[in-house]
Design a protein around this ligand. Structure first.
Ligand SMILES: Cc1cc2nc3c(=O)[nH]c(=O)nc-3n(C[C@H](O)[C@H](O)[C@H](O)COP(=O)(O)O)c2cc1C
Length: 214
């Protein structure tokens, strides 16, 4: 057995916290809210961080961590730079996947659907609520573009700090996306690898749910 595999086995506890997914209910958004609240209450680190996977025909699939900022009107909202790699990919290919992992609760949650930009007003309101440093950072960072060195970034930050001594307006290339889900899947670790999966699939605005093999 390799050293790596030995270390992994020493670290890995068998899953034993499982609650049954049969009583998760018929509304996947209510189930999401409950699991999210439980992740926060359970002290999961960065409970609102998720893996966002996007794609494009020439670059293939790309993944990175993003923060969920709210679930509003059954849509999952997050913010980014519209000109970043993910921003460009979502503009061209709006079908994306979100993935949460809450290891303390031995839970995984997959969400798939299509994104669209939130309204300018919603992005403005959220941008205005951010700390000044984050606002200036959104101006300074040409997200995903090559950077010569860190001084270049800091110099841009300082230039915008001087340009906007009072209110920092939202950069036009920065804002929110809202994901309209077609698929949510709840995964709960159970002993002996007999994990539970419950998938909710939307068919013509009706949600149907089914259990899946682990
Ligand atoms: C914990 C964590 C939270 C993050 N949250 C965000 C976020 O909310 N929005 C964002 O644009 N980038 C966020 N990032 C940075 C992204 O992972 C990524 O590096 C950046 O957005 C550039 O991605 P892209 O080049 O694939 O577009 C976060 C990174 C980490 C580790």
């Amino acid at each position: 057995m390799s050293e790596w595999l030995k270390k992994y086995r020493e670290n890995h506890a068998d899953f034993d916290k499982g609650e049954s997914l049969t009583d998760l209910g018929t509304n996947p958004f209510a189930a999401f809210s409950r699991w999210f609240d439980e992740a926060v209450q359970n002290g999961e680190v960065e409970a609102n961080a998720f893996v966002l996977s996007t794609s494009s025909s020439d670059e293939g699939v790309s993944s990175r961590i993003v923060y969920l900022k709210e679930m509003k009107d059954e849509r999952f909202v997050f913010y980014t730079n519209y000109l970043s790699q993910k921003g460009r990919q979502m503009a061209a290919h709006p079908h994306v996947s979100m993935l949460f992992f809450w290891p303390g609760l031995q839970r995984q949650l997959r969400i798939e659907g299509t994104v669209e930009k939130v309204s300018e007003e919603v992005s403005d309101a959220y941008f205005a609520s951010r700390p000044r440093e984050s606002q200036l950072g959104a101006w300074a960072s040409q997200q995903s573009e090559a950077l010569t060195d860190r001084h270049e970034l800091i110099a841009r930050f300082e230039a915008y700090d001087a340009q906007f001594p009072a209110i920092v307006p939202r950069p036009p290339h920065w804002g929110g996306f809202a994901l309209d889900a077609q698929y949510l899947e709840f995964w709960q670790g159970q002993p002996s690898r007999l994990h539970e999966r419950r998938a909710y699939v939307r068919h013509q605005n009706q949600w149907q749910s089914k259990l899946l093999n682990p």
